[in-house]
Write a protein that binds this ligand. Sequence first.
Ligand code: HEM
Length: 450
Amino acid sequence: MTKNFNLSSKIINNRINGPAFEKSFTHKPSGFLNDLDLFTKGQPFDLYKELRENAPVFYHPPMLSDPEPGYWVLTRYEDIKKVSMNPQIFSSQYSTGTLLTLGSEENRHPKLFKSTIDHMLNLDGEMHLNLRKEHMPFFKPNFVSELQSKVSIKVTQLLDNAEKLNEFNLVKELSQQLPIYTLSEILGIPEADRQKLVEWMEFLELAQYFTLEQIKQNEAGVTDTTPDPALIDMFNNMIEEMFDYGRYILNQKRENPKNDLLSAIANAQIEGEELSPEFLDGSWLLIIFAGNDTTRNTMSGGIKLLNDNPYQKKLVLEDSENIIGLVNETVRYVSPVIHMRRTSLQETEIGGQKIGPYEKIALWYGAANRDPDIFDCPDDFNILRENADKHLAFGIGRHTCLGKPVALMQLKEFFSQFLSRFPDYKVTGDWKVAPNNFVHAIQELPVRLK
Ligand code: HEM
């Protein structure tokens, strides 16, 4: 990595091709995965199933006013695994490992665009491994087990507070709070600043929606519809504040390093060079988003699932050993990260479809995790499922989720304390899910504890 290395200015001119070979599957699907409204009812598992059965390697049309061509959608477990395990052919760096498109220049958010690119999820090879290595000590078993005692105390405190409310939005009082606490402990964020992260997360979950609505409005020449321009202003201010804070705290950690992950990131030496300002912004965005939203949505999703499946709840209440099965099955079933992306670097083949160089490929984890070739009766929520932990919700291969042990530890602590204290809790109304096809983002889940 050379001084001031950034990816965002380099990859924008990389070429992306449409399909070089004839499409093997010509099925016309009943819906499209670009339709964010589809995701507000939970993930479109029926559509995933339709695609997996009729067009498991499906060429999807591009997003609205997208200058780039469409992308291949993979819905079969084995295909997604194959792509994830072959980074030499399927790159995360050529045109990001995350974004379905880089979009057109005028639609790029000035700050968010660069920092969604300049981080390790979008690197290949040695550069990726080197940066990943800097993060590793904070996810090792001894670090996680030390963290577990603090997390356990925090869960008790949060439940004590929630008990006083009895009926409330689970997301606001519990699912948002615990991952912020845990992540802040790992990162070394002072207590007084932690609540800001909660607000930033709420706005980040809506980022995709704001961008698409703005494109729609520009295209239609409409100026006074949703989202409210005042809300967009607020969104932009929040984003500004989030990056200002990131720079401020990372600079502090450069000057005065401590034994925490932000100090490790701030002082990472890659090939003898410090991270560029762009990579500091990007690494900040990645860690606060990846470490928060995912666990938070799995917590909320699990509480809803146990409410909807009382027999499964009974199994956990009768035998606390089943908590591990509950955690794995919940992560499989919820699959909070909806997709990741790769780009082919050469002519290749996936599941009977020939693919040319520089074509986009999207990995739909929720679809893989309901593949009946791997999981019996995949749409059943079954905490006794023997192979639940084979799911791909954390990815697989070189970019496998670094935070997996921390996520599993938090989910275990949360579900076990919650269920033993409030075994008769009820979900009392509808959930609200953000219009987002990257993370399954549950914003409201009303519950009554007793
Ligand atoms: C249920 C919770 C979580 C899920 C489902 C999840 C899922 C994922 C997925 C799908 C990837 C990308 C895999 C790929 O591209 O192959 C990823 C990467 C990552 N996750 Fe998580 N994650 C969770 C929790 C966390 C937590 C708690 C942290 C940090 C505290 C975290 C930090 C990261 C980081 C840093 C990466 C990038 C790894 C790399 O590029 O090498 N995640 N995660």
